[in-house]
Design a protein around this ligand. Structure first.
Ligand code: FES
Length: 116
């Protein structure tokens, strides 16, 4: 038994990200990041000012398939663990969403975390 479908892996550019509606009442979505066959997911909520990471709705910038960048003050977060490695919230981390990739589908592996 697998959790809710977030998106298809192939719908995310390799080294890029997409934003998925997670059903949170306040509209907080989930950012799904891809590198090759690997994917990670985090709440779309920056630990700096608790706002979304998007530049444009649904668009989150990534660099070199390694980090994603918050639109507001350019904090850089590692794909693998969501840790901020540079910027005003260095050392803080995005809130992880447990996922699995099954048959090319990115699915929740557990319940959705609460929005901080
Ligand atoms: S709100 Fe994200 S870096 Fe400031």
């Amino acid at each position: 038994m697998h959790g809710a479908l977030l998106c298809r892996l192939a719908s995310i550019p390799d080294g890029g990200a997409c934003v998925v509606d997670a059903g949170h009442a306040d509209g907080t979505g989930v950012v799904v990041i891809r590198r090759g066959h690997d994917a990670w997911a985090y709440l779309n909520r920056c630990p700096h000012f608790s706002v979304c990471l998007d530049y444009e709705p649904g668009e989150v910038l990534t660099y070199d398939g390694q980090v994603l960048m918050c639109a507001h003050h350019s904090a850089l977060f590692r794909f693998e663990d969501g840790r901020c490695i540079e910027g005003p919230c260095a050392g803080a981390a995005l809130t992880p969403v447990a996922i699995r990739v099954v048959d090319g589908e990115v699915r929740c592996a557990a319940g959705m975390p609460a929005v901080p």
